[in-house]
Design a binder for this molecule. Structure first.
Ligand code: SAM
Length: 307
C-alpha cells in the first residue's frame, strides 16, 4: 500500500515541475520499500518452512536481529533469497547443521561473571544443601558446556560427596557434542583460578598445533567432572520442561527472544522449580514482574520461588 502511494506520488509529481533531485529521492524510497517487502515475504516463507522442518519457531526470536543474522548466511552461501537458502538447507544435511549452528550465538566462558559464581558457591548452594541432601540442577542454553562445568567444579569444591544431578541442554546439537568433550581454549579458561585449573582440567600437549592455530583447545575438563553433567538437546521455546529443580541457570539465552516468548519462558521456569528453588539469570537480564509470578529476588540476578 505504502509502495503504491509512494510510486503514484512520484509519478503525479513528475508532471508538475518537481525538481529532479526530489523526484530521484522519491523513486529511491519507492524502490527501497519494494525490496524490503519482497525480503519480508521471502523471510516469512522461510520461517514457516524452517518451523515445519525443525520445529524451531523463528517468530519467537527478535525479528530484526535474527533476519539480519540469517541474511548474512544467505550471502555467505552465495545466494540472494531466503527461498534459495531454504532449498539448499532442505537438500543438504550439512548445510542444515551449519544453519542451526550459526542461527544462535554460542559465546560463553567458564566462570562467566565470577562475582555471581562466588554467590552461587557461598550463598545459593549452601542454602539449598541445608534443605535437601540431593540437588537437581539444570543449565538451560548451556552452549559448549562452560556453565554446567563451572557449577560442577563449585559443587566439588564444597564437598566431593554432594549428591546431585546436573542436566545441561541446548537447542544446538553440534554445540552439545562439543560440550560433551569438554575441551576449552586458553581464552575460555582465563577466569579460572590457577589451583582450580590444575585440579579440574587436563592440559593437552598441543604446542605444535597451537603454532598454526591459536584457538586450538588446550584444556579438557577431567572425566570426574565431565561425567557429572548430562547433556541433552532441548528447545526452550517448544519442548516440555522437567520439574522439581533446586537451581535453574538460564543466562544470556533470552536476550534473543521476543518479550512474549521471555514472559512465557519465565512462567515455565517458575513451574519447574521446587518451592524454595532458585533461577539464576544473565548479567544484563531482569525479571520485572518477578513478584507477580511467584518469585522473590534475594540477590541481584537470582530469583527464588516462594509460591
Ligand atoms: C550466548 S549462549 C549462552 C551460554 C551460557 N548460558 C552462558 O551464559 O555463557 C546462548 C545459547 O542459547 C542457545 N539457545 C538459543 N535458542 C535456544 C532455544 N530455543 N532453546 C535452547 N537453547 C537455545 C544457543 O544455542 C546458545 O548456545
Amino acid at each position: 500500500m505504502e509502495q503504491r502511494t509512494l510510486r503514484q506520488g512520484a509519478n503525479s509529481l513528475r508532471g508538475g515541475g518537481v525538481p529532479n533531485s526530489l523526484f530521484a529521492q522519491l523513486r529511491e524510497q519507492s524502490a527501497l520499500c519494494e525490496s524490503q517487502s519482497q525480503d519480508s515475504t521471502d523471510y516469512m516463507r522461510f520461517k514457516e518452512a524452517i518451523y515445519h522442518k525443525t520445529g524451531i519457531d523463528l517468530n519467537l526470536y527478535k525479528q530484526q536481529q535474527m533476519q539480519r543474522r540469517l541474511y548474512n548466511m544467505v550471502e555467505r552461501a552465495g545466494l540472494k533469497t531466503f527461498d534459495e537458502y531454504f532449498a539448499l538447507i532442505n537438500s543438504d544435511e550439512n548445510e542444515l547443521f551449519s544453519f542451526l549452528d550459526r542461527m544462535t550465538i554460542n559465546v560463553s566462558e567458564l566462570f562467566r561473571n565470577p562475582e555471581k559464581w562466588h554467590e552461587v558457591r557461598n550463598f545459593i548452594l549452601p542454602s539449598l544443601l541445608k534443605e535437601r541432601s540431593s540437588l537437581r540442577m539444570w543449565s538451560a542454553g548451556c552452549s559448549y558446556g562452560a556453565e554446567p562445568y563451572t557449577l560442577a567444579v563449585l559443587l566439588d569444591q564444597i564437598s566431593s560427596g554432594i549428591r546431585y544431578t546436573l542436566h545441561a541442554t541446548d537447542l544446538d546439537r553440534k554445540i552439545l557434542a562439543k560440550a560433551r568433550d569438554g575441551y576449552f581454549t586458553t581464552t575460555d579458561v582465563k577466569g579460572v583460578a590457577a589451583p582450580l585449573l590444575s585440579k579440574y582440567f587436563l592440559t593437552l600437549d598441543r604446542a605444535k598445533e597451537l603454532q598454526s592455530n591459536p584457538t586450538v583447545p588446550t584444556y579438557q575438563v577431567r572425566p570426574e567432572i565431565r561425567n557429572r553433567v548430562s547433556f541433552q538437546q532441548h528447545n526452550l521455546l517448544a519442548d516440555r520442561f522437567d520439574r522439581d529443580y533446586d537451581l535453574i541457570c538460564c543466562r544470556n539465552v533470552v536476550i534473543y527472544f521476543t518479550e512474549e516468548a521471555k514472559e512465557r519462558l519465565y512462567l515455565q521456569f517458575v513451574q519447574s522449580l521446587r518451592m524454595g528453588g532458585y533461577l539464576f539469570v544473565g548479567g544484563t537480564e531482569r525479571i520485572l514482574n518477578y513478584a507477580e509470578i511467584g518469585l522473590e529476588s534475594p540477590y541481584p540476578f537470582f530469583y527464588r520461588r516462594i509460591r
